[in-house]
Design a protein around this ligand. Structure first.
Ligand code: GRF
Length: 193
């Protein structure tokens, strides 16, 4: 399936997906990396990997979220995209965009959903005294971080952990989980077709 990865920043999860997709037997082929921030570091990484990139600056659309999304959608359609992976994409999507891509868009979130939707997940898990934290790949539905779970992985929270230390423990686990979960999502789309 033709894959678009949507990013806003560093793009380390994007990189993990691009690396997995170098294997010709991987079920998703990256055709586009799209960022809402023109200065996203991940855009350079993608270009270095030879993947077409586009930057669509949401700020140029003012408060009109749908106009921004329609601009993104044109790029996605032109590239023939069949599945979208959100990877650190920091814009909330409208119901219009989510419905347009329903069942064809996934996201990675750094918590054991349904716990800690939204931001600051690592600190919230530490503050709650949880023994474990982790990451989740899920289908995107209109509620933020709310869709059906595809796969999760957990790590221990250690005494004295800071949010940064915990994030650094979870990130490599995200990089291993996301390609696996994306492959699973592709299989489920193919099975549906
Ligand atoms: C990751 O922790 C991801 O789970 C969250 O945002 C972060 C993005 O990091 N949604 P990167 O851009 O993939 O390096």
């Amino acid at each position: 399936l033709k894959l678009a990865i949507l990013i806003s920043g560093r793009g380390s999860n994007m990189k993990a997906l691009l690396e997995a997709a170098r294997d010709p037997s991987f079920p998703a082929k990256p055709v586009l990396v799209l960022s809402n921030r023109p200065d996203a570091k991940g855009l350079e990484t993608a270009a270095d990997e030879g993947i077409p990139t586009a930057a669509i600056d949401h700020k140029t659309f003012g408060k009109d979220r749908e106009a921004f999304e329609r601009a993104m959608n044109e790029h996605l359609e032109t590239a023939g995209v069949e599945i979208i992976a959100l990877a650190g994409f920091m814009r909330v999507l409208t119901p219009w965009f989510v419905n347009t891509w329903e069942g064809r868009m996934i996201n990675i979130h750094p918590s054991l959903l349904p716990k800690y939707k939204g931001l600051d997940t690592h600190q919230r898990a530490i503050d709650a005294g949880d023994a474990e934290a982790g990451c989740t790949v899920h289908w995107v539905s209109p509620g933020v971080d709310d869709g059906e779970i595809i796969q999760q992985a957990s790590v221990p929270i250690l005494p004295g952990d800071t949010a940064d230390a915990l994030a650094n423990r979870i990130l490599p686990v995200e990089h291993a989980l996301y390609p696996e979960a994306l492959a699973k999502a592709c299989e489920s789309i193919k099975a549906r077709a």
